[in-house]
Design a protein around this ligand. Structure first.
Ligand SMILES: [Zn+2]
Length: 448
């Protein structure tokens, strides 16, 4: 289980099985937002400044009462919100589906939203390993129409805007914390063909954002990242939050007040109670990367302070995007976990030829590989096997027949043909991660 900050840990204990009703109304717990009719709350992460370390706090799951303008119907039926593909790279079952929606964009500003979504996505996908693995993503936009332009809390704390998702700065008394109504987000996310992760862009130039990693929802998504659309530094909030939801990474920053960690070994790949000597000796945690030059700077080692504890827990590098947004780079350990995470959602190999029914010796077996950046990190190899033996001459072939693979006389026997795609990128060293990066299809070759 992920180590969480103490305050949020209490929330998680209640929330990890779903939203919970607290004894005090959300909004009355010191966030200055006044009473709300909905008392569920959620733990969110935010970054008080563009170069700062993160913080966690508890916020209402839905919009506070003061943001609800009465008597006016919404300008749009959410179920009719237009959905388009910013990138449609394959079947949703084989892809990581990222849904992008905007808040504070009027009907006349939907073109602005599309441009902002495109720009934000391009910025996130400049960062490795997103860049090399973009082909494993589908990216959907949902055109969400708000009655007013801009969001609440911008430019001033008292600014109230009537927007579709009720986004607001000054959430929990914190200017840069950009919250929203997660139920409304879910309603719109349900319109996309699939949703694994949701980005919400607030129509604002003001720096801010938030990461919601445990949002109970029936749509199936694993997290919401909010960020201001027209602020370049807010992009890193989304990139960091996916580190949690996709890479299952720990925060590498610390709070002085936490002192020394004395609990069990962390489940997260980038936090450990063990120092470098122990990791080497026991082949534990990031021992495979120890001593390597790291793209985030310096060499991989054990740096004390991770998972909010300044003592007793180590991180792999001095800095990284999981420690501070002053860094825009995942360290080698984080990068490996991100890639393994991509492959938990997505597979690189697909085919239009069903594997459910036997194929004939002359059936063309055409396979498709996700289009990954092979000038970057990704390095996918395609191999073919007949009855478990590799047919080396068919390496890399995307179209073969069983006959071409050497399946000659069937005589009542059946054979199996397997196509296997393995990502042999040097960014994966853990055999378990490499296994996750392997996908295969198996056909039975029969006489009928
Ligand atoms: Zn974080």
């Amino acid at each position: 289980m992920r180590i969480r900050p103490r305050a949020a840990g209490i929330v998680c204990a209640l929330l990890c099985v779903g939203a919970t009703a607290l004894s005090t109304p959300a909004g009355a717990a010191g966030d200055g937002t006044g009473p709300a009719s909905d008392t569920r709350s959620l733990s969110v992460e935010y970054f008080p400044g563009p170069h700062s370390e993160g913080r966690y706090t508890e916020v209402p799951a839905t919009a506070p009462e003061r943001l609800r303008k009465s008597g006016r119907s919404a300008p749009q039926n959410p179920e009719l919100a237009p959905v388009s593909a910013l990138q449609d790279s394959g079947p949703t079952d084989d892809r990581l589906d990222l849904v992008v929606m905007g808040d504070g964009y009027t009907a006349a500003q939907q073109g602005d939203f599309q441009a902002d979504a495109q720009a934000k996505i391009e910025a996130v996908f400049q960062i490795e390993p997103y860049k090399s693995y973009r082909g494993l993503f589908n990216i959907w936009t949902v055109d969400v129409v708000s009655r007013e332009s801009g969001v609440s809390g911008d430019p001033t704390r008292n600014t109230v805007k009537d927007t579709a998702l009720s986004s607001y700065f000054w959430c929990a008394d914190t200017e840069r914390l950009l919250c929203l109504d997660t139920d409304k987000v879910s309603t719109y996310a349900a319109q996309a063909p699939a949703a694994d992760i949701v980005f919400v862009l607030a129509n604002s130039t003001k720096y801010g954002g938030a990461g919601y990693s445990d949002v109970p929802n029936t749509v199936g998504y694993d997290g919401i990242a909010t960020m201001s659309a027209d602020n370049a530094q807010s992009t890193l909030i989304g990139a960091h939050e996916l580190g949690h939801s996709i890479g299952h990474l720990a925060d590498e920053y610390t709070y002085d007040s936490y002192g020394r960690y004395t609990g069990p070994e962390s489940d997260e790949s980038n936090a450990s109670i063990h120092d470098a000597a122990y990791q080497h000796e026991h082949q534990a945690k990031w021992w495979r990367w120890m001593g390597e030059q790291d793209p985030a700077g310096g060499t991989v080692d054990t740096y004390e302070g991770s998972g909010y504890y300044p003592l007793g827990l180590y991180r792999p590098t001095d800095t990284s995007i999981m420690r501070t947004l002053a860094s825009d780079t995942f360290n080698l350990v984080g990068r490996e976990s991100m890639i393994a995470g991509f492959y938990r959602y997505a597979g690189v190999l697909s085919s239009g030829v069903s594997t459910d029914a036997p194929v004939r010796w002359y059936t063309p077996l055409r396979v498709r590989l996700a289009s990954l950046d092979d000038h970057g990190l990704a390095e996918v190899r395609l191999r073919w096997y007949v009855d478990g033996r590799e047919v080396r001459s068919a390496r890399g072939q995307r179209l073969v027949t069983p006959l071409q693979l050497g399946v000659l006389a069937l005589r009542g026997r059946t054979h199996t043909v397997k196509a296997e795609a393995v990502d042999v990128t040097p960014a994966l060293r853990d055999p378990a991660a490499r296994k996750a990066a392997t996908s295969s299809l198996t056909w039975t070759v029969g006489t009928r």
